[in-house]
Design a protein around this ligand. Structure first.
Ligand code: C2E
Ligand code: MG
Ligand code: MG
Length: 776
């Protein structure tokens, strides 16, 4: 809604204001009619007194003008509907014309009387009537200011002129006085008009504000009540009475705060206890917030009441339904503390809970145990039967665990297939062992999931609180986790108690990991090389690169200790890259006929860009592809069989040779020899144990012959004695040998000397080393 400008003369801005102005012109018929009648009577009196025909004519004119105005007035009052804008404009014109005619008639009569007669009485009558007419009009015609101004000028202007025309000093003084009166009365009328307009606009604005306030109040989502200082209700919106279930006629009865609260209580929306609290807050007039819930639980609503004191001493009460917000908050906090799938407490809430229990049981004689439970083979179920089945299995596990516990124990899911049980108040470690045993057994029983019979196992790590107390939740969890690690290492499906030395092992491992990371950056690694000797020619064909770590404190660390840790840490890829490049570059310094063999761990072999890594190493070193041999173990062939096959084929196509290392220690599957494109088999040195007995030798020869038949060369590792060498080289199927008998793994510089000796450029010492131990 628009409002008129506040500054300067207010202008009618709306049809309602225009109509009000027109109304003001017609609204008081009595003074108008009285004025008309008195005008005619006064004129008739002057005509009678003077007997002047022209004054009689003026009487006639006044009667005619009066009749026209009275007729208009009647017509206006007879009209039924409220004025439209067009009608208001028409009535305004009619009023103006009528007013002008009447003013002109009065002016003509007064001027005529003053000019045509010398009768002082007639002059007095006409002058006082005209003055009264103009003065009366000022009070009546404020609604249309300029009409009045014209009217007054028409009526009184000519009278002023006529007075002046009489020429005598008194008449001239009267003329001046009348002129001043005319100006004053026009001024008064202008002021009245202004006041009137302001009042109209203010009324209009108030009405608009009231309308807006009303719709805002009734459309707001909050319930609202305003109480006056004496506690009487000033305002209440629909939402409030709707939320409080109040009777419709309550507001009409002029209630006070206690009536309203009593109605809220009887409507079942607040308890009488809360009702008293609310009433007290209204009376206390302080800023406060109060939360209530419906006593009628069927509705289960949470309400927020806000009390706000008003400047004049009353109170505003705001009421909000916060049920949804409360529910959402409750859900969020539930989600933050419980596992959605199994509805078990999660890691956070478990941790808080046992922290609390441990603090309480500080001086207790009894023990508590924390059992870390991990499912074995869960991943396989998930992978083969799909995640929905995996989820069902986890729920079934959660249920079995719940069923097994006493009321004071509790279980949580830590994510994945990890569950944790807290067993309170036990008398000895045997109680924890017994529970762990039962958990392993119960969880290993078959599950029926979607018509599948599923079998999994479980391993449990146990940490006990010490009798002197003081164990924190974090320590217990960490210890149970270490014990679990050991239980799994011990072959799964079992349980293990935490022991202090486990912590030492874990700590040592942690330090080793830190050192390993630094070692790569600090170039603390070195490659040693061990020759593979052709058993017929006695010449070195290949040297195997073997990792050594020269640690400032640990001394030289064996790859057996480094490689598994580097694999676990994921460091093996970077480390393997360094080994490969370094070995290729070293090989470039050797005689042309000698190759280098580099060990690849399964992780390294299955990295995405293994081929480009190998190509790059060959490229930067300039080593011909046929001089590189990659040693892989059977475990590299186990996973991703097709992918593995592809990689091996591509390496083969490139010209790189592949040898199968440590054959005989793993599955020793002969099908590998057949299925994968490999050029060499290295038979593990464990085959040499008891080689003088018949069976191992037969086995070794059998494998060697098979490999040879498949076109592969055969190497036997770990030859330490001449006897061993003689036995294995007797039938000629074994092509190469490797072992301390020929040479231990030696630093790069030393292997170069060996190679020079083996390939003609010999130094006296080296000649001795190789030649005396070779049977060639
Ligand atoms: P491997 O590839 O089978 O290497 C042969 C291991 O047997 C070497 O141990 C070598 O020193 C040892 N050996 C050689 N001849 C004899 C002998 O006559 N008697 C005895 N008792 N041992 C002998 P090393 O250097 O300690 O390496 C152990 C294993 O560590 C290697 O076995 C290999 O699997 C791994 N490895 C070594 N270097 C690397 C590497 O650079 N990368 C990867 N991925 N693994 C490596
Ligand atoms: Mg090897
Ligand atoms: Mg080996």
């Amino acid at each position: 809604m628009q409002f008129a400008s506040q500054s300067g003369e207010p202008e009618p801005a709306s049809p309602r204001i225009s109509a009000a102005l027109i109304d003001s012109l017609f609204e008081t018929p009595a003074p108008l009619l009285t004025g008309l009648i008195f005008g005619v009577v006064a004129a008739a009196a002057t005509a009678l007194k003077t007997g002047e025909p022209s004054i009689w004519a003026c009487v006639g004119l006044l009667i005619l003008a009066g009749a026209i105005r009275a007729f208009d007035l009647r017509r206006y009052q007879m009209r039924k509907s409220t004025l439209t804008a067009d009608e208001a404009a028409r009535w305004k014109n009619r009023h103006q014309i009528g007013a002008m005619i009447q003013a002109a008639a009065v002016g003509i009569w007064s001027t005529t009387t003053l000019l045509v007669s010398d009768d002082a009485v007639a002059h007095m009558i006409s002058l006082s009537t005209t003055t009264g007419f103009v003065a009366g009009g000022a009070g009546r015609a404020y609604g249309r200011q300029w009409i009045y101004q014209l009217q007054a000028t028409l009526c009184f202007g000519s009278t002023v002129v006529a007075l002046a025309l009489r020429g005598t000093p008194y008449y001239i003084v009267m003329s001046v006085l009348c002129a001043a009166f005319l100006v004053a009365v026009i001024q008064i009328s202008a002021n009245l008009h202004r006041i009137f307009m302001r009042a109209l606009v203010a009324r209009e604005r108030e009405a608009a504000l009231a309308g807006q306030f009303d719709s805002a109040l009734n459309n707001m989502p909050h319930g609202l009540c305003m109480f006056r200082v004496d506690g009487q209700l000033a305002v209440m919106n629909h939402r409030f009475s709707e939320m409080m279930n109040l009777p419709d006629d309550l507001v009409q009865s002029g209630p006070n705060a206690s009536d309203i609260i009593a109605a809220c209580v009887s409507g079942g929306s607040v308890s009488s206890e809360n009702g008293n609290l609310i009433l007290r807050e209204i009376e206390d007039r302080r800023v406060r917030e109060l939360l209530t819930t419906d006593p009628d639980f069927a509705r289960g609503r949470a309400l927020s009441w806000t009390f706000q004191p008003m400047a004049d001493g009353g109170t505003v009460v705001l009421l909000e339904d916060i049920t949804e917000r409360k529910n959402a908050e409750a859900r969020i906090s539930h989600l933050a503390r419980y596992d959605e799938l199994t509805a078990l407490p999660n890691r956070v809430s478990f941790h808080d809970e046992i922290q609390r229990l441990l603090a309480n049981s500080h001086h207790s004689e009894r023990l508590s145990a924390l059992l870390f439970v991990d499912l074995d083979q869960f991943k396989q179920v998930n992978d083969t039967l799909g995640h929905p089945c995996g989820d069902q299995l986890l729920c079934a596990v959660a249920n079995r665990l719940r069923e097994m516990l006493r009321p004071e124990d509790f279980v949580a899911r830590f994510g994945g297939d990890e569950f944790v049980v807290f067993q309170q108040n036990i008398s000895s470690p045997e109680d924890a062992a017994s529970l762990a045993r039962r958990i392993v057994e119960r969880l290993s029983e078959r599950y029926r999931i979607d018509n599948h019979l599923v079998e999994i196992g479980a391993s449990v790590g146990i940490a006990l609180t010490s009798p002197d107390g003081g164990a924190s939740a974090d320590t217990l969890l960490k210890n149970a986790d270490m014990a679990l690690y050991r239980a799994k290492a011990d072959g799964r499906g079992t349980f293990c108690f935490f022991r202090d030395e486990m912590a030492a092992t874990v700590e040592a491992r942690r330090i080793l990991e830190l050192d390993l990371r630094k070692a790569l950056a600090n170039e603390e690694f070195e490659l040693f090389y061990q020759p593979l000797v052709n058993l017929k020619s006695g010449k070195i064909t290949t040297c195997e690169a073997l990792l050594r770590w020269n640690h400032p404190v640990r001394g030289t660390v064996s790859p057996v200790d480094i490689i598994p840790v580097a694999e676990d840490m994921g460091l093996i890829v970077d480390l393997g890259r360094w080994i490969l490049r370094r070995a290729c570059m070293e090989c470039m310094k050797w005689p042309d006929g000698v190759s280098v063999a580099v060990n690849f761990s399964p992780q390294q072999f299955h990295q995405r860009d293994v081929l480009s890594e190998i190509r790059y190493a060959l490229e930067v070193s300039g080593l011909p592809t046929h001089r590189l041999e990659i040693e892989i173990t059977e475990s590299s062939l186990l996973r991703n069989t097709q992918l593995t096959h592809d990689i091996l084929s591509q390496l083969h196509a490139l010209g790189v040779r592949i040898s199968l290392d440590d054959f005989g220690t793993g599955y020793s599957s002969l099908s590998y020899l057949h299925n994968f494109p490999m050029q060499k088999v290295k038979i593990d040195r464990s085959f040499l144990e008891g080689i003088d007995a018949d069976r191992p030798l037969t086995l070794l020869r059998g494998v060697a012959r098979l490999a040879a038949d498949l076109g592969m060369s055969v190497v036997v590792e770990g030859i330490e004695t001449n006897e061993q060498l003689e036995l294995i080289s007797a039938d000629g199927t074994i092509t190469e040998g490797q072992g301390y008998l020929f040479s231990r793994p030696v630093p790069a510089i030393r292997v170069r000397q060996l190679l020079n000796a083996s390939h003609g450029r010999r130094s006296p010492d080296d000649q001795l080393t190789i030649a005396s131990r070779s049977i060639a």
